[in-house]
Design a protein around this ligand. Structure first.
Ligand SMILES: *[C@@H]1O[C@H](CO)[C@@H](O)[C@H](O)[C@H]1NC(C)=O
Ligand SMILES: *[C@@H]1O[C@H](CO)[C@@H](O)[C@H](O)[C@H]1NC(C)=O
Ligand SMILES: *[C@@H]1O[C@H](CO)[C@@H](O)[C@H](O)[C@H]1NC(C)=O
Ligand SMILES: *[C@@H]1O[C@H](CO)[C@@H](O)[C@H](O)[C@H]1NC(C)=O
Ligand SMILES: *[C@@H]1O[C@H](CO)[C@@H](O)[C@H](O)[C@H]1NC(C)=O
Ligand SMILES: *[C@@H]1O[C@H](CO)[C@@H](O)[C@H](O)[C@H]1NC(C)=O
Length: 377
């Protein structure tokens, strides 16, 4: 029993950060405080950019939060209402939307009727002006109206089927970016590099023409996209980071041009991104948070910008150990993600820790076989 517990705790140590990161997310509130949710089982406020370089991020873990044990957990800022909407943060209730009221640091749980919408397979944006989610799932565009919610409504919200895009979605793994009340679909099958298909939200209209942002200005490949906020009003620029992390592209939908910034130091196709007005933040699969500065007025500054660690988060929620990263190949990363959903329960109880540990043993068994053997000796 003792030995079993030791193995369990060693494995939990080994996995904890990596295991939780796939279920974590980062977001900003409307004062551009960086929030990190579900990092090592806790939530943090890292403050504004001027406080990221040193010290310790503030623990904001409180009741009513989701367990952050979902897959593909995503966070969105509702700028008018200073609320963070969190999707896929609860593996037991994957359709729930958790609402974090950033002004009062409180959580509530919104129930959602999914209809035909598949909560395990979608990419979404939250429209700035209407506060409506738009999601592409299995070749259909859906919407969900968040109204003016800063706390859950007792009435369920619904995902509504709008229509299929005008472009082909066969084999399409969506890349969606919001700017100027338009959804930009990158990497649409058959489209040239540097282009996007556009859905005009206010007219519920798929623009037939493909828009160019400069010839070959960004690759026709899968990646992550996120919009830079303005202090008020709609977003005009979005970042696109291809899965290989080779560069960071910032597209302006005002000038229809693209700037190229440094790619993130950590190349991770499982990383997620979130931007404020002047920073782009990366959260990697193993829970490391870093950022690059962005200027909406100086291409010179953008060309020179480099990525830095958000040190006040790293000091309280370090990324997974070097041991974990050194064994983490591409398959290692996805195994760690697989383990994520079982391990998050560990925060709440020691029973949870034990059963989660056992579950991790079975899930991680292929990846860990060598190390487990070593631990048993
Ligand atoms: C901080 O972290 C602990 C767990 O380590 C938690 O119990 C506590 O409620 C947290 N939240 C705040 C706001 O201090
Ligand atoms: C995560 O998202 C990707 C892309 O939409 C999807 O292919 C995958 O099935 C999702 N995984 C889970 C477990 O929901
Ligand atoms: C919240 O509930 C009220 C009363 O049931 C309803 O009138 C309102 O439309 C709801 N809001 C949203 C965003 O669904
Ligand atoms: C893009 O390429 C096309 C065809 O090669 C060319 O006609 C056009 O001038 C180019 N546009 C820009 C902005 O370079
Ligand atoms: C950018 O593209 C949009 C949509 O096609 C167009 O309306 C706008 O005039 C273009 N802007 C510039 C500066 O070319
Ligand atoms: C540029 O960003 C600043 C915030 O950093 C914002 O106040 C300003 O409105 C932005 N201007 C443009 C033209 O995007």
């Amino acid at each position: 029993m003792n030995r079993q517990l030791t193995i369990v705790s060693l494995l939990l140590l080994f996995f904890s950060s990596a295991a939780l990161a796939a279920s974590s997310c980062v977001a900003f509130d409307i004062s551009w405080n960086l929030l990190a949710f579900g990092l090592d089982g806790k939530d943090y406020n890292a403050g504004t950019k001027d406080s990221w370089a040193s010290g310790s991020a503030k623990n904001i873990t409180t009741s009513g939060r989701p367990p952050f044990d979902g897959t593909n957990t995503t966070c969105y800022l509702s700028q008018f209402y200073n609320a963070i909407y969190v999707l896929n943060a609860d593996s037991s209730n994957p359709s729930n939307i958790y609402i974090y009221n950033a002004a009062s640091s409180s959580w509530s749980t919104q129930t959602v009727t999914t209809g035909n919408f598949d909560v395990s397979d979608f990419v979404a944006i939250l429209d700035h002006d209407t506060n409506i989610f738009y999601a592409l799932s299995k070749g259909e565009l859906y919407s969900l109206d968040m109204g003016s919610l800063t706390a859950a409504n007792s009435t369920s919200l619904s995902w509504n089927d709008i229509e299929a895009p005008s472009f082909t979605t066969t084999g399409y793994n969506p890349v969606m970016a919001l700017a100027q009340n338009h959804i930009h679909f990158l990497d649409v099958p058959g489209n040239a590099a540097g282009t996007a298909n556009i859905f005009v939200i206010h007219y519920s209209y798929f623009q037939p023409e493909v828009q160019s942002y400069g010839n070959n200005s960004f690759p026709a490949s899968h990646g992550q996209a996120t919009s830079f906020f303005m202090d008020s009003g709609v977003q005009e620029d979005f970042a696109f980071i291809p899965d290989d992390g080779s560069a960071t592209y910032v597209v302006s939908v005002e000038t229809n041009t693209t700037q190229t910034l440094a790619g993130p130091s950590t190349k991770d196709s499982g990383a997620t991104y979130f931007a404020s007005t002047d920073s782009l933040v990366q959260l990697t699969s193993d829970g490391a948070v870093s950022y690059i500065s962005y200027s909406n007025s100086s291409t010179e500054a953008n060309t020179a910008a480099t990525w830095s660690t958000v040190a006040n988060l790293a000091s309280v929620a370090p990324a997974s150990s070097s041991a974990a990263s050194s064994t983490t190949s591409k398959t290692g990363t996805s195994s760690a993600k697989g383990a994520a959903s079982t391990s998050t329960g560990t925060g709440s109880s020691s029973n949870g820790a034990e059963s989660a540990g056992v579950a991790i043993v079975s899930l991680g068994v292929t990846l860990m076989a060598g190390s487990i053997g070593m631990l048993l000796l």
